[in-house]
Design a protein around this ligand. Structure first.
Ligand SMILES: Nc1ncnc2c1ncn2[C@@H]1O[C@H](COP(=O)(O)OP(=O)(O)OP(=O)(O)O)[C@@H](O)[C@H]1O
Ligand SMILES: [Mg+2]
Length: 418
């Protein structure tokens, strides 16, 4: 039985191409002036394995001994990326009745979250009580039951024990929205649910945005909008799963930029572009794709483009941008709008095409190349909007509510002459 305040957790990882995890190292919680820090040390068997890769660089280089988290961090970013986020923490708090004792999910120690959350977590890591026995925490349930359990958690209602366990098994998927992980044959998806607090059809809007993103030519995770018990559910195909039980390691842009989650406001697109230039494969294409994603976020009003909503695969040496995910038009009030990450080195984050145009050279694009990207996207979104809105089942009033407000708000085009 996992203790409420574990002192250590063992990390297991899937090496590139492997179908099974291997013991990799140990995390230990040590007291520190600001509460605690979690150190990591590679295990001997892992260091002796010729196929071993560093979990992420520069923060966890292969070698013996405890590694402290980088400056400003309480745990290595790559470990934090595999931990439950706001939604998963809420599920775990309920499942283990921790909410009866603590009020703030932040009071539960990270190692307790790591050891209680499900094993089907993002990337190629898992966390275990033992360095010798791998016991995955997996539990399937029909999607209808998972949806009902997610509703019950949000309403503060009692949960059926078995379904609660299944929801907990999916609790390791990050993010704040209600969701579950599902495995159906070789298909691995994240199911995103609507929430009672939604003030517009969020799931349909995300489905439409993801479809439009594909149509403008971005590299996007596959999605399917389905109806479950009369409700919209967005199934997002996972890009971190490969055939034969393999998993692909990836790190968030927050980790790439070496930032603590509380310092996410310091994450910027142009710093990310600098890292792309230094450490990514296919640098030029990736810079162009990054720029195109910024433009698209502005077009569809996705201002929730924070550093956990960008990620890159990690193979032990180089980074490779993952397909885009979590592109969802956000509720907006008033005209002026900003993106979550600054676009230009002067800190400009205004959700406008002129911001992109002025910053184009930071993405190795000329002004005319940038204009082509912006104009092409505006054209495709304008031409395809009705078809896509039909496809995801937005009603007339719903699509009129989105168009010109979240999608292609006049503020985005202000000052931008074609
Ligand atoms: N297609 C995918 N394949 C693998 N991992 C994914 C995929 N889509 C999302 N993820 C992972 O799951 C996490 C949560 O997903 P997502 O960002 O869609 O949820 P969310 O609750 O809407 O997030 P937010 O809190 O940003 O609104 C992501 O941060 C990412 O780590
Ligand atoms: Mg997200």
């Amino acid at each position: 039985m996992t203790s409420e305040n574990p002192e250590r957790a063992f990390v297991w990882s899937w090496l590139p191409g492997a179908g099974e995890p291997v013991p990799t190292g140990v995390l230990e919680a040590l007291p520190a002036p600001a509460g605690f820090v979690i150190t990591f040390a590679y295990g001997r068997s892992y260091l002796a394995n010729e196929a071993a890769i560093p979990l992420y660089l520069p923060e966890l280089p292969l070698g013996r001994g405890r590694i402290e988290p980088g400056p400003g961090l309480d745990v290595a970013g790559v470990i934090r990326d595999g931990a439950p986020d706001a939604w998963g923490q809420r599920v775990i708090m309920r499942q283990f009745a921790l909410d009866a004792r603590v009020h703030d999910p932040g009071e539960v120690p990270l190692l307790a979250y790591l050891l209680r959350s499900g094993s089907n977590r993002p990337g190629a890591l898992d966390f275990q009580d033992s360095p010798t026995d791998y016991v995955p925490r997996l539990h399937d349930a029909p999607i209808e039951d998972l949806l009902m359990a997610a509703d019950a958690i949000q309403a503060g209602d009692e949960l059926d024990a078995s379904v609660a366990e299944a929801l907990t098994a999916g609790s390791s998927a990050g993010g704040a929205r209600p969701k579950a992980t599902l495995v159906a044959g070789s298909r691995n998806v994240i199911a995103k649910f609507s929430a009672p607090t939604d003030t517009y059809p969020v799931i349909k809007a995300e489905a439409a945005a993801m479809q439009l993103a594909r149509l403008v030519g971005l590299d996007v995770a596959d999605t399917e909008l389905v109806e479950v018990a009369g409700r919209d559910v967005l199934l997002v195909d996972r890009f971190d799963r490969v055939g034969g039980g393999g998993r692909r390691a990836f790190v968030s842009a927050l980790t790439i930029l070496g930032l603590h989650e509380m310092a996410g406001r310091h994450a910027t697109y142009h710093d990310l572009a600098d890292v792309v230039r230094r450490r990514f494969v296919r640098r030029r294409e990736t810079l162009r794709e990054l720029f195109a994603r910024i433009v698209f976020n502005i077009i569809v009003g996705n201002t929730d483009d924070h550093a956990r909503n960008h990620a890159a695969f990690w193979d032990g040496d180089r980074l490779e941008l993952t397909p885009a995910y979590d592109i969802c038009p956000q509720a907006r009030a008033g005209g002026e709008q900003v993106q979550a990450m600054a676009i230009a080195p002067d800190g400009n984050r205004l959700s406008q095409f002129t911001t992109c145009l002025d910053a184009a050279n930071n993405y190795d694009l000329s002004e005319s190349e940038a204009r082509l990207i912006i104009d092409q996207q505006i054209q495709v979104v304008t031409e395809c909007w009705d078809e896509v809105a039909d496809d995801v089942g937005l009603t007339g009033p719903e699509r009129r509510e989105l168009w010109g407000n979240q999608v292609l708000n006049p503020f985005a085009s202000f000052g931008y002459g074609t």
